[in-house]
Design a protein around this ligand. Structure first.
Ligand SMILES: Nc1ncnc2c1ncn2[C@@H]1O[C@H](COP(=O)(O)OP(=O)(O)OP(=O)(O)O)[C@@H](O)[C@H]1O
Ligand SMILES: [Mg+2]
Length: 475
């Protein structure tokens, strides 16, 4: 049994499409043009032939009038001369339309009465001319003129002329035009094939580069030149590939940083455990101290893992966020309650001023986490005796939270990077304070999810101030 197979046509190249389209357009236009030219030519030839024959018929009519009147047989010689010069057959008919002389001297036609339309018209005094297509496959033209004497119509001149010469030259013109047209259409198609190469080339180049990118070589850029659309395509591609490359770089940096951060506490745990294993005689207090250290390293690891999981969660296309009505004043008070013992332990004053309460639509636990990260930093990077001020107010229809400290501050050169993942100003210093460099990136991510903005101002040695702007829920 035969199965119907799907036939897949190979897509045609752009070059072919362009040149074939050109060929078709040119061929159609030339065909139409040729038809028009041939028609005009034919009309011109025929009408000029008509005029000539009618003129000749009238001349013959004048010349033969006397002969016809006198029934002079020399009339045959007269019309034979005209017949030779015109290469046409000439008949002279009497006033009843009966043939009385024939330049071809055909006895079959003599004395026959012709009732052609042209003869009837001539007998009424009109000179007419009309072409016919004979059944033998020939074009002829019948032209007539009345023969008059003393104001009476005494006969008719009838000229039968072949139009073969006209149609021969028309068909010659037609075939020449056809040759020229085919030649031109092919030449234009070839030319457009050549030209379209210039159009297709940059597209092909970009395709090659994209293919290379697909193989994993992300550092691809295309040379941007050609027409406007191609330049736009090239630019868009370069922007995209730059983005892909930086995303890929960020991804591998993230993995490297995360493994490194996790490896550090793990190495400490390993060293602590190993020294206990290798030193079985160690006293209980040594054991207690080492176990305490191991415990805090485990805490550190689990903090890092929690932060990483939070980031992964926030990075999702659709992070799990439950928006509800959040009273920011209440939220800040709750957050401060958690952090007050920490501030007290460090001997740092933790102040809060609510200038104007604000309700927003948001995810309370996530906003709380953001505040903890910011206030925790303020406490962490402020020496004992310092102070941390939290402020809540409204500005331009938005809620503003400020977290300011008079701590060590952030050097200007580091400010642009502090929201980057794992970025820490002073790696060695942060080691002692236990920071990983994820807190601010989490805070920023949370603010962005609430369509807010987060900014920072800082002077080294003087303090740091974070501004969080959140849209207020009006509805
Ligand atoms: N209030 C601040 N004063 C001074 N430096 C700060 C302050 N807040 C942040 N920084 C600097 O920015 C860096 C990044 O902060 P981030 O909260 O992201 O990381 P971290 O506090 O080091 O670690 P963690 O992930 O535990 O929060 C910090 O290491 C610190 O150098
Ligand atoms: Mg932090």
């Amino acid at each position: 049994m035969l199965r119907n197979k799907h036939i897949r046509l190979r897509p045609v190249s752009l070059r072919w499409q362009i040149s074939v389209s050109y060929f078709v357009i040119i061929a159609i236009s030339f065909t139409m043009l040729n038809i028009a030219v041939v028609n005009i030519l034919e009309q011109n030839y025929i009408s000029s032939r008509k005029t000539t024959l009618i003129k000749q018929a009238n001349i013959i009519s004048v010349v033969s009038a006397g002969y016809l009147q006198d029934a002079n047989p020399y009339i045959n010689n007269v019309i034979s001369d005209f017949s030779d010069s015109l290469s046409a057959r000439i008949l002279i008919l009497n006033h009843r339309g009966t043939v009385v002389a024939d330049s071809f001297n055909d006895i079959n036609i003599l004395n026959r009465t012709l009732n052609h339309q042209e003869v009837l018209e001539a007998l009424k005094g009109e000179s007419v001319s009309q072409q016919y297509y004979l059944p033998e496959g020939q074009w002829v033209m019948y032209s007539t003129a009345p023969i008059t004497a003393d104001g009476d119509i005494i006969g008719v001149v009838f000229i039968s002329s072949s139009l073969a010469d006209i149609y021969d030259s028309i068909s010659q013109v037609r075939s020449r035009l056809l040759v020229y047209s085919v030649f031109l259409a092919v030449a234009i198609a070839l030319f457009s094939y050549f030209i379209s190469g210039f159009v297709a080339k940059p597209i092909k180049d970009i395709t090659d580069v994209i293919r290379e990118m697909g193989r994993g070589h992300l550092r691809q850029r295309v040379k941007v030149n050609g027409s406007r659309e191609i330049i736009e395509l090239g630019n868009a591609f370069n922007v995209m590939s730059q983005r892909v490359e930086s995303l890929d770089k960020a991804r591998s940096e993230f993995v490297a940083n995360a493994s490194h951060e996790l490896k550090t506490p793990l190495s400490s745990i390993k060293v602590l455990a190993q020294s206990l294993v290798q030193n079985p005689d160690a006293g209980l207090d040594v054991y207690k101290e080492f176990m305490h250290d191991i415990d805090s390293e485990i805490d550190r690891m689990s903090n890092i893992i929690n932060d990483l999981l939070t980031l992964v969660q926030l990075d999702k296309d659709k992070p799990q966020i439950t928006y509800g009505d959040v009273d920011l004043d209440k939220l800040i008070n709750e957050t401060l309650k958690v952090l007050r013992p920490l501030a007290a332990a460090k001997n740092i004053k933790l102040n809060y001023r609510c200038e104007e309460g604000a309700y927003i639509k948001g995810d309370a636990p996530k906003l709380k986490q953001m505040l903890i990260n910011l206030i925790d930093n303020a406490l962490k990077y402020t020496p004992a005796g310092g102070s941390v001020d939290v402020r809540l107010y409204k500005k331009d229809g938005r809620a503003l939270i400020e977290v300011a400290d008079n701590g060590i501050g952030i050097p200007e050169a580091d400010l642009p990077y502090i929201f980057d993942r794992f970025y820490r100003v002073d790696k060695a210093r942060s080691r002692s304070t236990g920071g990983t460099g994820l807190g601010l990136s989490i805070a920023q991510k949370i603010v962005y999810l609430h369509n807010g903005t987060i900014n920072v101002e800082s002077n080294e040695g003087e303090g740091t101030r974070f501004f969080i702007e959140l849209p207020i829920d009006i509805g």
